[in-house]
Design a protein around this ligand. Structure first.
Ligand code: 4AD
Ligand code: MG
Length: 408
Protein backbone atom coordinates (compact mmCIF):
# COMPACT_ATOMS: atom_id res chain seq x y z
CA UNK A 1 0.00 0.00 0.00
CA UNK A 2 0.88 3.64 -0.41
CA UNK A 3 -0.73 6.46 1.49
CA UNK A 4 -1.51 10.19 1.22
CA UNK A 5 -3.26 12.03 3.99
CA UNK A 6 -4.53 15.40 5.10
CA UNK A 7 -5.74 16.13 8.62
CA UNK A 8 -9.18 14.61 8.24
CA UNK A 9 -9.10 12.28 5.30
CA UNK A 10 -6.52 9.75 4.12
CA UNK A 11 -6.16 7.91 0.83
CA UNK A 12 -4.46 4.53 0.71
CA UNK A 13 -3.54 2.88 -2.58
CA UNK A 14 -3.70 -0.89 -2.39
CA UNK A 15 -3.01 -3.82 -4.64
CA UNK A 16 -3.93 -7.48 -4.28
CA UNK A 17 -2.72 -8.89 -7.59
CA UNK A 18 -6.18 -8.89 -9.14
CA UNK A 19 -6.16 -5.12 -9.42
CA UNK A 20 -5.79 -1.77 -7.65
CA UNK A 21 -8.12 -0.20 -5.14
CA UNK A 22 -8.12 3.21 -3.53
CA UNK A 23 -9.18 3.22 0.09
CA UNK A 24 -10.59 6.36 1.68
CA UNK A 25 -10.45 6.79 5.44
CA UNK A 26 -12.33 9.63 7.19
CA UNK A 27 -11.14 10.49 10.66
CA UNK A 28 -14.69 11.22 11.79
CA UNK A 29 -16.04 7.85 10.66
CA UNK A 30 -13.53 5.43 12.17
CA UNK A 31 -12.08 4.70 15.60
CA UNK A 32 -9.12 6.75 16.79
CA UNK A 33 -7.08 3.54 16.84
CA UNK A 34 -7.88 2.81 13.17
CA UNK A 35 -7.08 6.42 12.23
CA UNK A 36 -3.67 6.13 13.88
CA UNK A 37 -2.96 2.92 11.96
CA UNK A 38 -3.91 4.58 8.66
CA UNK A 39 -1.92 7.74 9.38
CA UNK A 40 1.22 5.76 10.15
CA UNK A 41 1.01 3.34 7.24
CA UNK A 42 4.23 3.14 5.28
CA UNK A 43 4.84 2.10 1.69
CA UNK A 44 4.30 -1.63 1.01
CA UNK A 45 2.85 -2.51 4.43
CA UNK A 46 0.50 -5.45 4.08
CA UNK A 47 -2.88 -4.81 5.63
CA UNK A 48 -6.28 -6.35 6.21
CA UNK A 49 -9.14 -3.90 5.67
CA UNK A 50 -12.88 -3.83 5.91
CA UNK A 51 -15.16 -1.21 4.47
CA UNK A 52 -17.85 -0.29 2.04
CA UNK A 53 -17.35 -0.45 -1.71
CA UNK A 54 -18.60 2.74 -3.39
CA UNK A 55 -18.90 3.68 -7.03
CA UNK A 56 -16.39 6.39 -7.92
CA UNK A 57 -15.80 7.42 -11.52
CA UNK A 58 -12.40 8.93 -10.85
CA UNK A 59 -10.99 5.76 -9.29
CA UNK A 60 -9.20 3.12 -11.32
CA UNK A 61 -11.69 0.29 -11.71
CA UNK A 62 -14.62 2.61 -11.00
CA UNK A 63 -14.87 1.92 -7.26
CA UNK A 64 -13.24 2.95 -4.01
CA UNK A 65 -13.45 1.51 -0.52
CA UNK A 66 -14.75 3.58 2.40
CA UNK A 67 -12.68 2.21 5.24
CA UNK A 68 -14.28 0.99 8.46
CA UNK A 69 -11.53 -1.21 9.93
CA UNK A 70 -7.84 -1.87 9.34
CA UNK A 71 -5.07 -4.00 10.81
CA UNK A 72 -1.43 -4.38 9.90
CA UNK A 73 -0.35 -7.86 8.81
CA UNK A 74 3.24 -7.09 7.87
CA UNK A 75 5.04 -3.85 8.62
CA UNK A 76 7.41 -2.31 6.05
CA UNK A 77 10.10 0.08 7.22
CA UNK A 78 12.27 2.04 4.77
CA UNK A 79 11.06 0.33 1.62
CA UNK A 80 13.95 0.94 -0.77
CA UNK A 81 11.95 1.76 -3.91
CA UNK A 82 10.31 5.13 -3.43
CA UNK A 83 8.15 7.07 -5.88
CA UNK A 84 11.24 9.10 -6.92
CA UNK A 85 13.30 8.01 -9.92
CA UNK A 86 15.87 5.26 -9.39
CA UNK A 87 18.71 4.19 -11.65
CA UNK A 88 18.35 1.00 -13.68
CA UNK A 89 21.11 -0.81 -11.86
CA UNK A 90 19.55 -0.03 -8.45
CA UNK A 91 16.22 -1.30 -9.69
CA UNK A 92 17.68 -4.57 -10.99
CA UNK A 93 19.52 -5.09 -7.67
CA UNK A 94 16.07 -4.83 -6.11
CA UNK A 95 14.25 -6.76 -8.80
CA UNK A 96 12.51 -8.93 -6.17
CA UNK A 97 10.79 -5.78 -4.88
CA UNK A 98 10.68 -3.80 -8.13
CA UNK A 99 8.29 -6.45 -9.50
CA UNK A 100 5.61 -4.85 -7.29
CA UNK A 101 5.74 -1.59 -9.26
CA UNK A 102 2.86 -0.80 -11.54
CA UNK A 103 4.77 -0.98 -14.83
CA UNK A 104 6.39 -4.25 -13.90
CA UNK A 105 3.05 -5.74 -12.92
CA UNK A 106 1.65 -4.66 -16.31
CA UNK A 107 4.57 -6.24 -18.19
CA UNK A 108 4.26 -9.51 -16.26
CA UNK A 109 0.54 -9.60 -17.01
CA UNK A 110 1.22 -9.13 -20.72
CA UNK A 111 3.82 -11.91 -20.56
CA UNK A 112 1.26 -14.17 -18.91
CA UNK A 113 -1.16 -13.45 -21.76
CA UNK A 114 1.50 -14.01 -24.43
CA UNK A 115 2.31 -17.42 -22.92
CA UNK A 116 -1.34 -18.42 -22.66
CA UNK A 117 -1.94 -17.31 -26.25
CA UNK A 118 1.04 -19.41 -27.37
CA UNK A 119 -0.36 -22.52 -25.70
CA UNK A 120 -3.89 -21.90 -26.97
CA UNK A 121 -2.72 -21.28 -30.53
CA UNK A 122 -1.00 -24.65 -30.72
CA UNK A 123 -3.58 -26.59 -28.72
CA UNK A 124 -6.39 -25.30 -30.95
CA UNK A 125 -4.46 -26.41 -34.02
CA UNK A 126 -3.87 -29.96 -32.77
CA UNK A 127 -0.19 -29.57 -32.01
CA UNK A 128 1.23 -31.79 -29.27
CA UNK A 129 3.34 -30.27 -26.53
CA UNK A 130 6.56 -32.25 -26.11
CA UNK A 131 8.93 -31.25 -23.33
CA UNK A 132 12.50 -31.49 -24.51
CA UNK A 133 15.56 -31.92 -22.24
CA UNK A 134 17.50 -29.03 -20.77
CA UNK A 135 20.65 -31.08 -20.24
CA UNK A 136 21.89 -32.28 -23.60
CA UNK A 137 24.88 -34.01 -25.12
CA UNK A 138 24.68 -32.41 -28.55
CA UNK A 139 25.18 -28.77 -29.46
CA UNK A 140 21.90 -27.41 -30.80
CA UNK A 141 22.82 -24.11 -32.45
CA UNK A 142 26.47 -23.11 -32.28
CA UNK A 143 29.52 -24.00 -30.25
CA UNK A 144 30.23 -20.36 -29.47
CA UNK A 145 27.87 -19.68 -26.60
CA UNK A 146 27.34 -22.88 -24.66
CA UNK A 147 26.93 -23.29 -20.94
CA UNK A 148 28.41 -26.60 -19.88
CA UNK A 149 28.51 -28.68 -16.76
CA UNK A 150 30.04 -31.95 -15.53
CA UNK A 151 27.68 -34.85 -16.10
CA UNK A 152 28.44 -37.85 -13.87
CA UNK A 153 30.92 -40.17 -15.63
CA UNK A 154 29.78 -39.15 -19.10
CA UNK A 155 31.81 -35.99 -19.49
CA UNK A 156 30.28 -32.67 -20.44
CA UNK A 157 26.61 -31.83 -20.70
CA UNK A 158 25.33 -28.57 -22.20
CA UNK A 159 22.38 -26.48 -21.20
CA UNK A 160 19.96 -26.56 -24.14
CA UNK A 161 20.25 -23.72 -26.66
CA UNK A 162 17.15 -25.11 -28.34
CA UNK A 163 14.77 -28.04 -28.10
CA UNK A 164 14.61 -28.32 -31.86
CA UNK A 165 16.68 -31.42 -32.57
CA UNK A 166 14.65 -33.48 -30.10
CA UNK A 167 11.48 -31.97 -31.45
CA UNK A 168 12.36 -33.20 -34.93
CA UNK A 169 12.37 -36.72 -33.51
CA UNK A 170 8.98 -36.06 -31.90
CA UNK A 171 7.57 -34.64 -35.19
CA UNK A 172 8.27 -38.02 -36.81
CA UNK A 173 6.08 -39.58 -34.13
CA UNK A 174 3.33 -36.99 -33.70
CA UNK A 175 3.36 -34.81 -36.82
CA UNK A 176 2.71 -31.37 -35.33
CA UNK A 177 4.60 -30.68 -32.12
CA UNK A 178 6.00 -27.83 -30.07
CA UNK A 179 8.19 -27.31 -27.06
CA UNK A 180 8.16 -24.34 -24.75
CA UNK A 181 10.76 -23.79 -22.11
CA UNK A 182 13.89 -22.02 -20.96
CA UNK A 183 16.93 -22.04 -23.24
CA UNK A 184 20.45 -20.93 -22.51
CA UNK A 185 23.11 -19.01 -24.38
CA UNK A 186 26.33 -17.79 -22.84
CA UNK A 187 26.00 -14.52 -24.74
CA UNK A 188 29.02 -12.29 -24.27
CA UNK A 189 27.04 -9.40 -25.71
CA UNK A 190 25.31 -6.88 -23.48
CA UNK A 191 22.65 -5.82 -25.96
CA UNK A 192 19.04 -4.97 -25.30
CA UNK A 193 18.01 -8.13 -27.16
CA UNK A 194 20.12 -10.78 -25.45
CA UNK A 195 19.71 -12.71 -22.24
CA UNK A 196 21.73 -15.70 -21.04
CA UNK A 197 18.49 -17.51 -20.19
CA UNK A 198 15.37 -16.90 -22.24
CA UNK A 199 12.15 -18.70 -23.00
CA UNK A 200 11.61 -20.01 -26.47
CA UNK A 201 8.59 -21.64 -28.06
CA UNK A 202 9.45 -23.92 -30.96
CA UNK A 203 6.94 -25.65 -33.24
CA UNK A 204 8.03 -28.37 -35.64
CA UNK A 205 5.76 -29.64 -38.41
CA UNK A 206 6.08 -32.76 -40.52
CA UNK A 207 5.56 -32.07 -44.24
CA UNK A 208 5.75 -28.29 -43.91
CA UNK A 209 8.25 -26.66 -46.24
CA UNK A 210 9.86 -23.27 -45.70
CA UNK A 211 6.92 -21.51 -47.35
CA UNK A 212 4.37 -23.21 -45.05
CA UNK A 213 6.66 -22.38 -42.16
CA UNK A 214 6.47 -18.66 -42.90
CA UNK A 215 2.67 -18.79 -43.17
CA UNK A 216 2.48 -20.44 -39.75
CA UNK A 217 4.71 -17.71 -38.29
CA UNK A 218 2.47 -14.95 -39.63
CA UNK A 219 -0.64 -16.55 -38.18
CA UNK A 220 1.08 -17.20 -34.87
CA UNK A 221 2.41 -13.69 -34.34
CA UNK A 222 -0.86 -12.09 -35.40
CA UNK A 223 -2.77 -14.34 -33.01
CA UNK A 224 -0.58 -13.46 -30.03
CA UNK A 225 -0.93 -9.76 -30.73
CA UNK A 226 -4.67 -9.93 -31.21
CA UNK A 227 -5.03 -11.73 -27.87
CA UNK A 228 -2.94 -9.14 -26.04
CA UNK A 229 -4.93 -6.28 -27.55
CA UNK A 230 -8.13 -8.00 -26.53
CA UNK A 231 -7.19 -9.02 -23.00
CA UNK A 232 -4.44 -6.64 -21.89
CA UNK A 233 -5.93 -3.31 -22.95
CA UNK A 234 -5.57 -1.88 -19.45
CA UNK A 235 -1.94 -2.94 -19.08
CA UNK A 236 -0.98 -1.63 -22.52
CA UNK A 237 -2.70 1.66 -21.74
CA UNK A 238 -0.79 1.94 -18.49
CA UNK A 239 2.46 1.25 -20.38
CA UNK A 240 1.47 4.02 -22.81
CA UNK A 241 1.80 1.61 -25.71
CA UNK A 242 0.66 3.04 -29.06
CA UNK A 243 -1.66 0.11 -29.80
CA UNK A 244 -2.56 1.40 -33.28
CA UNK A 245 0.84 0.05 -34.33
CA UNK A 246 -0.12 -3.41 -33.07
CA UNK A 247 -3.60 -3.36 -34.58
CA UNK A 248 -1.96 -3.36 -38.04
CA UNK A 249 -0.28 -6.69 -37.49
CA UNK A 250 -2.18 -9.12 -39.72
CA UNK A 251 -1.01 -11.56 -42.40
CA UNK A 252 0.43 -11.52 -44.97
CA UNK A 253 3.78 -10.09 -43.90
CA UNK A 254 6.12 -8.65 -46.53
CA UNK A 255 8.96 -10.94 -47.64
CA UNK A 256 12.35 -10.33 -49.16
CA UNK A 257 15.22 -12.69 -49.79
CA UNK A 258 18.55 -12.21 -48.03
CA UNK A 259 20.07 -11.33 -51.40
CA UNK A 260 17.47 -8.60 -51.97
CA UNK A 261 18.04 -7.39 -48.43
CA UNK A 262 21.77 -6.96 -49.10
CA UNK A 263 21.02 -5.03 -52.33
CA UNK A 264 18.58 -2.82 -50.49
CA UNK A 265 21.05 -2.08 -47.73
CA UNK A 266 23.77 -1.26 -50.25
CA UNK A 267 21.40 1.10 -52.10
CA UNK A 268 20.90 2.87 -48.80
CA UNK A 269 24.63 3.28 -48.44
CA UNK A 270 25.12 0.65 -45.73
CA UNK A 271 28.55 -0.97 -45.84
CA UNK A 272 27.62 -4.64 -46.13
CA UNK A 273 28.53 -7.52 -48.42
CA UNK A 274 26.80 -10.68 -49.57
CA UNK A 275 27.76 -13.46 -47.18
CA UNK A 276 27.76 -11.40 -44.00
CA UNK A 277 25.15 -12.06 -41.34
CA UNK A 278 22.67 -9.26 -40.74
CA UNK A 279 23.17 -7.45 -37.44
CA UNK A 280 20.73 -5.43 -35.38
CA UNK A 281 21.60 -2.21 -37.27
CA UNK A 282 20.95 -3.87 -40.63
CA UNK A 283 17.65 -5.25 -39.38
CA UNK A 284 16.54 -1.83 -38.22
CA UNK A 285 17.32 -0.22 -41.58
CA UNK A 286 15.46 -2.99 -43.43
CA UNK A 287 12.32 -2.90 -41.31
CA UNK A 288 12.10 0.90 -41.24
CA UNK A 289 10.04 0.81 -44.43
CA UNK A 290 7.34 -1.43 -42.99
CA UNK A 291 4.59 -1.29 -40.38
CA UNK A 292 4.46 -5.07 -40.46
CA UNK A 293 7.04 -7.67 -39.49
CA UNK A 294 9.44 -8.36 -42.34
CA UNK A 295 10.32 -11.90 -43.39
CA UNK A 296 13.88 -12.19 -44.68
CA UNK A 297 14.47 -15.60 -46.23
CA UNK A 298 17.26 -17.81 -47.58
CA UNK A 299 20.45 -16.67 -45.85
CA UNK A 300 23.93 -17.88 -46.84
CA UNK A 301 24.59 -21.29 -45.35
CA UNK A 302 27.85 -20.14 -43.73
CA UNK A 303 26.01 -17.81 -41.37
CA UNK A 304 23.31 -20.27 -40.37
CA UNK A 305 23.12 -23.50 -38.33
CA UNK A 306 24.17 -26.87 -39.76
CA UNK A 307 20.66 -28.37 -39.77
CA UNK A 308 19.08 -25.98 -42.31
CA UNK A 309 18.13 -27.36 -45.71
CA UNK A 310 20.29 -26.37 -48.61
CA UNK A 311 18.36 -24.34 -51.20
CA UNK A 312 18.21 -26.49 -54.36
CA UNK A 313 17.88 -23.34 -56.53
CA UNK A 314 20.90 -21.60 -55.00
CA UNK A 315 23.15 -23.96 -53.03
CA UNK A 316 25.01 -21.03 -51.44
CA UNK A 317 21.87 -20.44 -49.38
CA UNK A 318 19.55 -22.37 -47.06
CA UNK A 319 15.74 -22.50 -46.86
CA UNK A 320 15.32 -20.45 -43.73
CA UNK A 321 13.87 -17.16 -42.58
CA UNK A 322 14.12 -14.61 -39.82
CA UNK A 323 11.06 -12.60 -38.86
CA UNK A 324 11.99 -9.00 -38.05
CA UNK A 325 9.52 -7.10 -35.90
CA UNK A 326 8.79 -3.46 -36.77
CA UNK A 327 9.65 -0.41 -34.63
CA UNK A 328 13.26 -1.56 -34.34
CA UNK A 329 12.50 -4.72 -32.33
CA UNK A 330 14.41 -6.86 -34.81
CA UNK A 331 14.53 -10.65 -35.01
CA UNK A 332 11.75 -12.24 -32.99
CA UNK A 333 11.69 -15.55 -34.88
CA UNK A 334 14.34 -17.70 -36.52
CA UNK A 335 13.08 -20.67 -38.52
CA UNK A 336 13.91 -23.07 -41.32
CA UNK A 337 13.17 -26.13 -43.33
CA UNK A 338 15.46 -28.88 -42.05
CA UNK A 339 18.06 -30.74 -44.08
CA UNK A 340 16.40 -34.10 -44.70
CA UNK A 341 19.15 -35.59 -46.86
CA UNK A 342 21.43 -37.81 -44.77
CA UNK A 343 24.62 -37.21 -46.79
CA UNK A 344 24.19 -33.44 -46.93
CA UNK A 345 23.47 -33.25 -43.21
CA UNK A 346 26.49 -35.36 -42.38
CA UNK A 347 28.57 -33.13 -44.66
CA UNK A 348 27.46 -30.03 -42.74
CA UNK A 349 28.15 -31.64 -39.36
CA UNK A 350 31.69 -32.42 -40.56
CA UNK A 351 32.17 -28.95 -42.06
CA UNK A 352 31.27 -27.39 -38.73
CA UNK A 353 33.59 -29.78 -36.89
CA UNK A 354 30.76 -30.95 -34.68
CA UNK A 355 31.32 -34.27 -32.86
CA UNK A 356 29.67 -36.81 -35.16
CA UNK A 357 29.02 -39.41 -32.43
CA UNK A 358 26.79 -36.99 -30.53
CA UNK A 359 24.54 -36.64 -33.61
CA UNK A 360 24.18 -40.30 -34.39
CA UNK A 361 20.61 -40.35 -33.07
CA UNK A 362 19.77 -37.18 -35.04
CA UNK A 363 21.10 -38.72 -38.23
CA UNK A 364 18.89 -41.77 -37.61
CA UNK A 365 15.91 -39.50 -38.29
CA UNK A 366 17.19 -39.20 -41.89
CA UNK A 367 18.08 -42.89 -42.09
CA UNK A 368 14.71 -44.28 -41.09
CA UNK A 369 12.04 -42.65 -43.21
CA UNK A 370 13.26 -39.11 -43.79
CA UNK A 371 10.59 -36.48 -44.46
CA UNK A 372 10.24 -32.80 -45.29
CA UNK A 373 9.81 -30.79 -42.09
CA UNK A 374 10.16 -27.26 -40.84
CA UNK A 375 9.90 -25.27 -37.67
CA UNK A 376 10.87 -22.10 -35.91
CA UNK A 377 11.64 -20.54 -32.57
CA UNK A 378 10.06 -17.42 -31.09
CA UNK A 379 11.89 -15.65 -28.28
CA UNK A 380 9.24 -14.90 -25.66
CA UNK A 381 11.01 -11.93 -24.07
CA UNK A 382 11.50 -10.25 -27.45
CA UNK A 383 7.83 -10.78 -28.23
CA UNK A 384 6.76 -9.38 -24.85
CA UNK A 385 9.08 -6.36 -25.19
CA UNK A 386 7.62 -5.59 -28.60
CA UNK A 387 4.00 -5.93 -27.45
CA UNK A 388 4.69 -3.75 -24.39
CA UNK A 389 6.78 -1.24 -26.34
CA UNK A 390 9.65 -1.43 -23.83
CA UNK A 391 13.17 -0.86 -25.09
CA UNK A 392 15.04 -3.70 -23.35
CA UNK A 393 14.06 -7.36 -23.05
CA UNK A 394 15.47 -7.68 -19.53
CA UNK A 395 12.24 -6.21 -18.13
CA UNK A 396 10.19 -8.80 -20.03
CA UNK A 397 11.11 -11.61 -17.62
CA UNK A 398 10.73 -11.63 -13.84
CA UNK A 399 14.36 -12.44 -13.02
CA UNK A 400 16.61 -11.78 -16.02
CA UNK A 401 19.89 -13.65 -16.39
CA UNK A 402 22.58 -11.61 -18.04
CA UNK A 403 26.33 -11.75 -18.28
CA UNK A 404 26.73 -9.27 -15.42
CA UNK A 405 23.72 -10.34 -13.36
CA UNK A 406 22.89 -13.40 -11.27
CA UNK A 407 21.36 -11.59 -8.28
CA UNK A 408 18.58 -11.71 -7.14
O1 4AD B 1 17.34 -17.91 -34.21
P1 4AD B 1 17.51 -18.85 -33.05
O2 4AD B 1 18.87 -19.06 -32.53
O3 4AD B 1 16.85 -20.22 -33.55
C1 4AD B 1 16.85 -21.40 -32.90
O4 4AD B 1 17.25 -21.60 -31.78
C2 4AD B 1 16.16 -22.49 -33.68
N1 4AD B 1 16.55 -23.77 -33.10
C3 4AD B 1 14.68 -22.29 -33.66
C4 4AD B 1 13.95 -23.35 -34.43
O5 4AD B 1 14.01 -23.33 -35.65
N2 4AD B 1 13.29 -24.26 -33.78
O6 4AD B 1 16.58 -18.38 -31.85
C5 4AD B 1 15.20 -18.23 -32.03
C6 4AD B 1 14.71 -16.97 -31.36
C7 4AD B 1 15.32 -15.68 -31.90
O7 4AD B 1 14.66 -15.25 -33.05
C8 4AD B 1 15.10 -14.74 -30.73
O8 4AD B 1 13.77 -14.27 -30.70
C9 4AD B 1 15.32 -15.64 -29.55
O9 4AD B 1 15.08 -16.97 -29.97
N3 4AD B 1 16.68 -15.54 -29.02
C10 4AD B 1 17.00 -14.88 -27.90
N4 4AD B 1 16.26 -14.16 -27.03
C11 4AD B 1 16.88 -13.62 -25.98
N5 4AD B 1 18.19 -13.73 -25.73
C12 4AD B 1 18.99 -14.44 -26.56
N6 4AD B 1 20.28 -14.58 -26.28
C13 4AD B 1 18.39 -15.05 -27.70
N7 4AD B 1 18.87 -15.80 -28.72
C14 4AD B 1 17.81 -16.09 -29.49
MG1 MG C 1 18.42 -16.41 -35.12
Amino acid sequence: MKTRSSGKIAFVSTRDGSGYLQIVASKSEISEEAWQVVKNLTQETSILVSGEVRADDRSPGGVELGLTGVSVIGASEDYPITPKEHGTSFLFEHRHLWLRSRNQVAILKVRNEVEKAIRDFFYDRDFHLVDTPILTGSIGESAGNLFSTEYFDLGTAYLAQTGQLYLEAAAAALGKVYCFGPTFRAEQSKTRRHLAEFWMVEPEVAWNDSEDNMVLQEQFISYIIERCLERCAEELKHLERDTSKLENIKPPFPRISYTQAIERLQEKGVDVEWGQDLGAEHETVLSEEYDLPLMVFNYPREVRAFYMKQNPDDPRTVLNNDCLAPEGYGEVIGGSQREDDLEKLLGRIREENLPEEAYSWYLDLRKYGTFVHSGFGLGVERMVAWVCGIPHIREAIAFPRQMQRLYP
